[in-house]
Design a protein. Structure first.
Ligand code: GAL
Length: 418
């Protein structure tokens, strides 16, 4: 995979520094992130408050746009201009790329002090370590493969949350016949890709997901199974409302809240919206994993500390890293955000049934070998490869392209991107 970061940094050379707390500097941190929706904003606000409570000066640098593509463009431009922010919300292989390019400071001092090796699952350690060094601090685990449903709306057609894709289609047809929007969806490429990967997992199965979206096996990518996946995506195009193009994900979640639509397929950041609206799982809304034979699609947000000069910045980075993986903050943040803690020893008492299900399913999936990195959310793939998937998926979703043509285009696009 081409290292875009290295090419960018070629222009601006920087030395990797160890992030540790020098004496007497005023901790300060400019934080680049894309958390601007109701639940997201509450969660990042909690981090700001914790940082300020410890005497830190937080410089907020939000970039609106779910999924983070807009933020990634701002980051590249800032690095190219030799002005990287101190802390950046970042994920998956992107962390490795920036670390390989020498743009990140290591967090080993904080990691040793807080014993990260003991409290973080191996899957998460592998995401935030480069060459055995901690170069980012994980803040959560988000599950991607969820259905969020309005029980009252489903009851109008005598349906429960579907457990198979056939059931999903039957229920959606009944809802449509009753004049109800079956699927609340936001027409943005990353959202189309989010739905797509849950269909790959459910229609193709775990091994197929691994082969096609992780290993990039050309036979799997060009197979009849992939044609079936696009067939299902074509059906789902028929279950969204005409106003879906360009809609932000949280506005689709709000449609389910208000009973304007029956279901949304989205990661559990959607739960942060339900929580921010004071709604309760099992009563006002239902969470269920999308139909599959036991997979779990993992997404995890982290903060990487870019090489910036000045003791106040370095102290700010160390303080942020310490706060983010503190048990109290891990609880507070994830209750707002809809995700579960990255560290495994946070008490469960405050977490709801959806979070407990995510915690248990993640452990079972890790043990059973069915824990899959999300492609759409840059855990299994990033950069050009992820872009190739998203381009074909969204082109198919927003046209009358046949499933066979989409499958052929996918194989070509992935080959080109490799
Ligand atoms: C994901 C991110 C989540 C959530 C979502 C919507 O990529 O990891 O934390 O914010 O986008 O913006």
């Amino acid at each position: 995979m081409k290292n875009v970061a290295k090419a960018l940094l070629g222009a601006v050379s920087m030395l990797a520094v160890t992030v540790a707390a020098p004496a007497m500097a005023e901790p300060k941190a400019e934080v680049l992130h894309y958390w601007t929706s109701g639940g997201e904003a509450k969660a990042v606000q909690a981090l700001q408050e914790a940082f300020k409570a410890r005497g830190g000066t937080w410089v907020d640098a939000p970039v609106a746009g779910g999924g983070g593509d807009a933020q990634a463009a701002v980051l590249r431009a800032r690095v190219l201009a030799g002005d990287p922010p101190a802390a950046v919300q970042i994920k998956g292989p992107n962390i490795q790329e920036w670390a390989e390019a020498g743009a990140l400071g290591d967090l080993n001092a904080v990691a040793e002090a807080q014993d990260w090796d003991k409290v973080l699952p191996e899957t998460i350690q592998n995401i935030v370590k480069y060459d055995g060094q901690y170069v980012a601090v994980p803040v959560n685990v988000h599950r991607v493969d969820w259905i969020w449903a309005n029980p009252e709306v489903l009851a109008k057609v005598g349906a429960d949350v579907p457990k198979t894709w056939d059931e999903f289609n039957e229920t959606a047809e009944k809802l449509k016949a009753a004049g109800i929007i079956p699927l609340a969806h936001g027409g943005q490429p990353w959202q189309d890709a989010t739905v797509f990967e849950t269909v790959v997992l459910g229609v193709g199965g775990i091994d197929f997901y691994q082969k096609a979206l992780v290993d990039l096996d050309m036979e799997a990518l060009g197979s009849d199974t992939m044609v079936k996946v696009f067939d299902q995506m074509r059906k789902m195009r028929g279950y969204v409302d005409p106003d879906f193009p360009g809609r932000d994900w949280n506005l689709a979640t709000a449609m389910v809240m208000r009973g304007e639509a029956a279901m949304q397929i989205m990661g559990d950041w959607a739960k942060g919206e339900f929580a921010a609206a004071g709604l309760e799982p099992g009563k006002d809304y239902i969470c269920a994993s999308t139909p599959s034979d036991g997979g779990y699609l993992l997404n995890s947000d982290s903060f990487a500390m870019f090489n910036v000069s000045g003791d106040d910045n370095v102290e700010g980075q160390a303080l942020l890293a310490e706060l983010i993986l503190g048990t109290d903050f891990q609880e507070t943040f994830n209750l707002y955000k809809g995700s579960i803690p990255a560290r495994t020893d946070v008490p469960r008492g405050e977490f709801d049934a959806c979070a407990i299900k995510s915690m248990d399913d993640m452990v079972a999936a890790a043990e059973g070998g069915t824990l899959m990195g999300s492609m759409a959310h840059e855990i299994a793939q990033a950069g050009a490869i992820r872009g190739a998937f998203i381009d074909v998926v969204t082109a198919h979703f927003n046209s009358d392209m046949s499933s066979t043509e989409a499958t052929e285009k996918l194989v070509k696009a992935i080959k080109l991107a490799m």
